[in-house]
Ligand binder design. Structure first.
Ligand code: FEO
Ligand code: CA
Ligand code: CA
Length: 691
């Protein structure tokens, strides 16, 4: 198969193509502020209490019985009743791509459309504002209300999980989160200096998560929403219970919650994961941006801690502190300590209270994905998506109970409340050969070894034990970044999804970019982050002991224009790959191939979804499966036999655009407003994806 010549639109001087307005509303302009990690990064081995560093951890075997993360539930189950493909070779077909990746690559483009390969079809599954309940009003862009939004699909869908409903063939729960709101694209005439109370309330209710039943149809991958019994909206107004070492801590107490155990709302939910026990995890990411008046915090210690999370002076962008005192740091400095966690939702019980798990630490969680070892131990991986921040994993002390009954669910929803939290340190094999240019070292590509450094153990009674000198357990749980600084964790290039491959157990990490790498006063390139002023990112492959503390690693991809010398595709012929930039979310197909969605393509074409072959002679073969409309980011990919599903986040979000002057009319065309939506893509006639 010949690929389309792929040099179109590639520019070599590009910054991330993310619009300024996206930076402002999505991450609180993280890029233009000082990098929050100013730790010296030195390793103080004696700070980690050696008594723990090797104690009681299971030797990770190769015996991974089950690993389910973002997007892999369907891969595990086979959603159309066909075989799971487990016995199919992943080797290259004669003269072409291996199974799962046999499609004609989509060329880089700037279309205002979802562009898919020939022979495939697509349809929107659900759009921002569609009713989730029979009594919810139809979406009306010009007359949106908080009451309506509370009963409708939220804004800017990021993560998506599809959970098959037992006993109802081809019927699923679609669980999406809603990362952030972009008010200038939600309200005509929006005045950023003077938002109204109603606009504030709509935005609050447009955050959070949605659970919605979707119905498949035979012969296609189309999914249609239904008013199912499990449908639910969780927003920044919903109650959460706090578990783990920070529950009840003084650090979490506020006037509204003197117990420090009940938080109202979840914010900036980015990527996530589906657990093998049937719940959904979601990471609270850039929560700092919702809080105003950092400069008016009186206590210097509190101020220093907030600074490590990127809080900045003055009013917040959305001005929420004008409407609700909990967003005013001067009045409630602890409220911010109540966000930045992995949240867990039981989508099978609409009345259940979702959980914030503090045993997994507090940082800008991009996701949490699960690997189960042979003895039922749960390993949860999560990245802290900020330049020079860290990779973490949590290893449970309890074992997963099989089955989906209520007793199993009750037990399994405590698995992330007892165990040990680690942060990663990586060592390159050929450090002397890393000069920041991206030149591949001679030994075996970019590769090395690593160690998981324990920072916090949570016992089954909920009490914590710190492994970081000078920090209590609750401090490690709440100011986890500071613990990572103290133990000398490795500063990474924005670790986003970290996800185990259900087929091999190997763990993949999307490292989106870091244009500050190697700049004055900042950490230089190293073998895992091998380029200075890294605009295109890389993908790391980890062979982990899972429950143990050692790992080895290699770089699978060093992303960018394949014609550029500083890109690397595991040795695969670079004339036959698609340009790929800013890897963000990860998924796996049934054949064990990796799929990557991108955020901020620095090569100046639209973001997209790519397949990457991991095993066999075609390892490193990278092909673009789809592109999303202009201004949009590709999120939440799910790859199954029957369909590819992606979240199209922030379509039309360009700097000179707004609701008064839309840059995109996707998905409805004409002169319509752009709407964040979930899209399904399937093979015409209903065949398996990529075969
Ligand atoms: Fe919300 Fe790290 O992307
Ligand atoms: Ca993301
Ligand atoms: Ca992102």
């Amino acid at each position: 198969m010949s690929l389309i010549p792929l040099a179109l639109f590639v520019k070599h001087d590009g910054q991330s193509s993310r619009a300024g307005v996206t930076c402002k509303y999505k991450c609180g302009n993280a890029c233009s502020h000082e990098v929050p990690n100013n730790s010296d990064g030195a390793y103080f081995g004696d700070i980690v209490r050696s008594a723990m560093s090797r104690r009681g951890v299971l030797k990770g075997g190769a015996a991974a019985v089950l690993a389910v993360g973002a997007g892999s539930v369907l891969a595990a189950c086979g959603d159309d009743g066909s075989s799971s493909g487990g016995g199919t070779s992943t080797g290259a077909q004669a003269g072409g791509s291996p199974s799962g990746t046999q499609f004609t690559a989509v060329a880089p483009n700037k279309e205002d459309a979802v562009v898919i390969p020939d022979g495939y079809e697509q349809a929107v599954v659900i759009r921002w504002g569609e009713p989730l309940f029979a009594d919810a009003p139809a979406f009306d862009f010009d007359r949106q209300t908080p009451q309506a939004q509370e009963r409708q699909f939220g804004f800017n869908n990021d993560f998506a999980g599809l959970l098959p409903i037992e006993g109802q063939p081809n019927t699923f729960l679609l669980v999406c989160n809603h990362e952030y709101t972009t008010e200038p694209f939600m309200f005509k005439g929006y005045d950023a200096e003077n938002p109204t109370l109603e606009q504030f309330q709509v935005a609050v209710t447009a955050h959070g998560l949605s659970v919605v039943q979707v119905q498949g149809e035979s012969g296609s991958g189309k999914l249609t929403p239904a008013f199912g019994q499990y449908n639910r909206r969780i927003s920044a107004n919903s109650e959460f219970v706090v578990t783990g070492p920070a529950a009840g801590s003084d650090l979490l107490k506020t006037a509204a919650d003197p117990t420090g155990t009940k938080v109202i709302g979840t914010l900036n939910n980015c990527s996530g994961g589906v657990t093998p026990w049937g719940t959904v995890l979601s990471g609270e990411e850039n929560f700092n941006q919702y809080f105003g008046n950092y400069d008016k915090v009186g206590d210097q210690t509190a101020k220093d801690r907030l600074k490590r999370y990127g809080f900045v002076d003055g009013a917040s962008e959305r001005k929420w502190e004008r409407f609700d005192r909990r967003f005013d740091l001067e009045q409630e400095p602890n409220e911010a300590n109540r966000f930045g966690y992995v949240v867990e939702v039981d989508p099978w019980d609409p009345a259940s209270t979702p959980i914030k798990h503090t045993a997994l630490g507090r940082f800008k969680h991009e996701a949490a994905t699960i690997h189960i070892t042979g003895d039922g131990t749960v390993v949860a991986y999560s990245g802290d998506d900020e330049k020079f921040d860290y990779m973490y994993k949590f290893v449970s002390s309890k074992k997963m109970q099989p089955g989906t009954g209520q007793a199993s669910m009750r037990h399994n929803m405590t698995l992330l409340d007892a165990g040990t939290l680690y942060v990663a340190r990586l060592t390159g094999n050929e450090p002397s050969k890393i000069d920041g240019s991206g030149t591949v070292p001679s030994d075996n590509g970019f590769s090395g070894t690593g160690e998981w450094l324990p920072i916090l153990k949570t016992n089954e009674d909920g009490k914590g034990e710190s492994f970081v000198d000078g920090m209590s357990a609750e401090e490690v749980a709440v100011f986890t970044r500071l613990a990572g600084d103290k133990v000398g964790a490795t500063k990474m290039d924005r670790p986003e999804d970290i996800q185990p491959n259900p087929k091999t157990g190997k763990v993949y990490v999307a490292l989106t970019n870091n244009d500050k790498r190697g700049t004055e006063g900042k950490a230089p390139a190293d073998e895992a982050n091998p380029r200075n002023t890294n605009k295109n990112g890389q993908v790391l492959e980890i062979t982990d002991e899972h429950a143990g503390t050692k790992f080895t690693w290699t770089l699978l991809l060093v992303c960018g224009d394949p014609q550029a010398a500083d890109t690397y595709f595991s040795g695969f012929d670079k004339t036959k790959v698609s340009p790929i930039s800013c890897p963000d979310n990860l998924a796996f197909d049934d054949y064990g191939n990796l799929w990557i969605s991108t955020d901020g393509n620095a090569l100046k074409s639209n973001d997209g979804l790519f397949s990457v072959v991991l095993e066999g002679p075609n390892r490193g073969e990278t092909k673009q499966f789809l592109s999303v409309p202009k201004g949009a980011e590709t999120c939440g990919p799910i790859i199954s036999d029957a369909r590819v599903t992606v979240c199209v986040q922030h379509p039309g979000e360009e700097d000179d655009a707004s609701a008064d002057n839309p840059a995109s009319h996707w998905p409805d065309g004409g002169d319509s407003q752009p709407r964040p939506s979930v899209v399904a893509v399937w093979k015409s006639g209903g065949g398996r994806i990529g075969v």
